[in-house]
Design a protein around this ligand. Structure first.
Ligand code: FES
Ligand SMILES: [Fe+2]
Length: 445
């Protein structure tokens, strides 16, 4: 449970809010790099943290993220002409570069003072891991970008996608950190093992030889035991379930400040997945989903599966709106719900979206009945509220300045019972926090 005041601090990220300021101390994805494929191509509207902006790629390939309004008489630069290292307002010809400088004002006699007044807001950007990132905070606090593993493997080893989610960012993150819901939300009713495996193929759990076992364990033990290990840039969230003998089946997620989570399902040799939740407004967010393999390129079949399958990547239209969404009731099939799956909704991503949207555009955390499996959610709120409140009191976030600490993995493992999460982490990842030294290699302790 949270007080109304804390719920507001946690969820609201517009300019001038405590959480908005906290987000603005980190690099935040604002578009897929493929949304701006060509130099001097069409600009793209960007709405992020309650700010309406415009992105464009200039003649030299640099990406600008600028205020979309022309300072002359307020025309929308979205209609502008992207030409020779700048975007030109087509009303009277003012032209702006990627840094927001007004480089041409053909209807006026230019002076330094006039040029200074015509400068528009522009945020620093960079391109990494198939995403475009912005830093929207004070220049003197700009950190290095986080070394997330998917951003440092070769391009061919990673795939990124984007989807609209019609609710506040924080409850969507909570949905990812509450890994206990796997026993229901993404699970099947059918008792036929082969059918269960087919239905759960998209859930990144049913791809390898131990898949049948994993499905059975998740279905049988609905009360996983959670252990949290806080670390420099967030926390490791381990949940263990009983197996057929005295071993434990661990699903280990990572939360990385302020808005990334790594999926807990992958065994060694499988692909890894993570997500980043970026507030558009207080009631909508973009979810960037990334999949990577540390050691090999992704196959065409895998990528096709992410684009058209029922996985953690949603099937979306050209505006990144999922085909199954709030307005069409996620195309729920009540017959399938009666006979095959808990939700009757196709796709892990859409099952998550349905249930997170259903908590309200902004979940009311004053009315909750939390239990032991909600511990990851509780700790997430604590760490975010602490960070935002500390910043309001003048203490800068530590995590922003530790890019290498982001190079961690989450994943699954079977370990003999009686081992604590720290021991399991070393056994599974070679490092107590899941740190990888460089792509394809795990760190020695
Ligand atoms: S409004 Fe843009 S140049 Fe006049
Ligand atoms: Fe889920």
């Amino acid at each position: 449970m949270l007080s109304r005041e804390d719920n507001d601090i946690l969820t609201l990220t517009g300019p001038g809010t405590a959480m908005g300021d906290y987000f603005r101390r980190y690099w935040i994805p604002f578009a897929l790099a493929r949304e701006l494929p060509e130099r001097d191509g069409p600009p793209v509207r960007v709405e992020i943290l309650g700010e309406k902006l415009l992105a464009f790629r200039d003649s030299e390939g640099r990406v600008g993220l600028i205020e979309g309004k022309c300072p002359h008489r307020g025309a929308d630069l979205y209609w502008g002409r992207n030409e020779e290292c700048g975007i030109r307002c087509v009303f009277h010809g003012f032209k702006f570069d990627v840094e927001g400088n007004c480089v041409d004002m053909p209807i006026m006699v230019e002076t330094d003072a006039l040029r200074a007044r015509a400068k528009i807001l522009a945020y620093p950007t960079l391109e990494r891991g198939g995403l475009l990132w912005a830093y929207m905070g004070p220049a003197e606090h700009k950190p290095a970008p986080p070394d997330l593993e998917f951003t440092v493997v070769p391009d061919s080893h990673a795939y990124v996608s984007k989807k609209l989610q019609e609710c506040n960012w924080a409850q969507a993150v909570e949905g990812a950190l509450d890994t206990a819901h796997f026993s229901f939300l993404h699970n099947v009713i059918t008792t036929d093992e082969a059918e269960a495996k087919t239905l759960m193929r998209g859930a990144a759990i049913a791809t390898q030889s131990v898949a049948n076992d994993r499905i059975r364990w998740v279905r049988a033990d609905r009360m996983p035991k959670f252990t949290i290990l806080p670390h420099d840039v967030g926390m490791t969230i381990g949940a263990s379930r009983k197996t057929d003998d005295s071993d434990l089946y661990w699903r280990i997620a990572q939360f990385l400040l302020p808005n990334h989570a790594l999926v807990p399902s992958s065994f060694p040799g499988e692909v890894y997945h993570g997500q980043c939740w970026v507030p558009i407004s207080d009631t909508h967010c973009w979810i960037y989903t990334y999949t990577w393999h540390p050691d090999r390129p992704l196959t065409n079949a895998e990528i096709e599966g992410y684009e058209t399958g029922h996985s953690i990547h949603a099937e979306v239209d050209e505006k990144f709106v999922p085909f199954r969404h709030r307005a069409n009731e996620y195309l729920i099939d009540r017959l399938e719900q009666k006979t095959k799956t808990y939700t009757g909704i196709k796709g892990v991503s859409e099952q998550d979206a349905c249930i997170q949207d259903s908590q309200g555009f902004i979940a009311d955390r004053q009315r909750e009945l939390l239990g032991p499996t909600d511990i990851g959610v509780v700790r997430f709120r604590q760490v975010m509220l602490q960070g935002a409140k500390a910043l309001r009191e003048g203490r800068e976030p530590d995590a922003a300045s530790k890019p290498a600490a982001y190079r961690v993995r989450g994943g699954g493992w079977v370990a003999s019972g009686g081992k604590g999460l720290e021991e399991v982490m070393v056994e599974r990842f070679g490092h107590v926090r899941g740190l990888v030294e460089s792509p394809g290699r795990q760190a020695a302790e």
